[in-house]
Design a protein around this ligand. Structure first.
Ligand SMILES: [Zn+2]
Length: 104
């Protein structure tokens, strides 16, 4: 009986440890993503050429590290937004761009 309880406690400790580790990794991935230029309307990529936009869309990765499938562009709040979806976790990944003449 004591052995069973011990096994249960060890399993619970391992499970809790993994959960905490996953949570910390997820938060740090979210922080890295938020610091990435283009990740939000407050931090858009300043466009210098049309090719730069294509390159940014082609190279962007989801917070989980997955490849992003482009879903097209849309204007939003005076910015150009390239919409995409992660091929792995299906999270929406939007990239924000601004034309140089919009920058104050
Ligand atoms: Zn993902």
């Amino acid at each position: 009986m004591d052995l069973l309880l011990l096994a249960l406690l060890v399993a619970l400790a391992v499970w809790t440890g993994r959960k905490v580790k996953r949570s910390v990794e997820s938060r740090s991935a979210a922080r890295r993503w938020n610091e990435t230029p283009g990740s939000s309307a407050d931090n858009p990529i300043v466009l210098t050429s049309g090719k730069q936009m294509q390159d940014a869309i082609a190279s962007v990765r989801c917070q989980c590290g997955g490849r992003v499938i482009p879903l097209g562009e849309t204007p939003r709040l005076g910015l150009r937004v390239a919409r995409g979806r992660c091929a792995d976790c299906e999270r929406d990944v939007d990239l924000y761009f601004v034309m140089p003449n919009y920058v104050n």
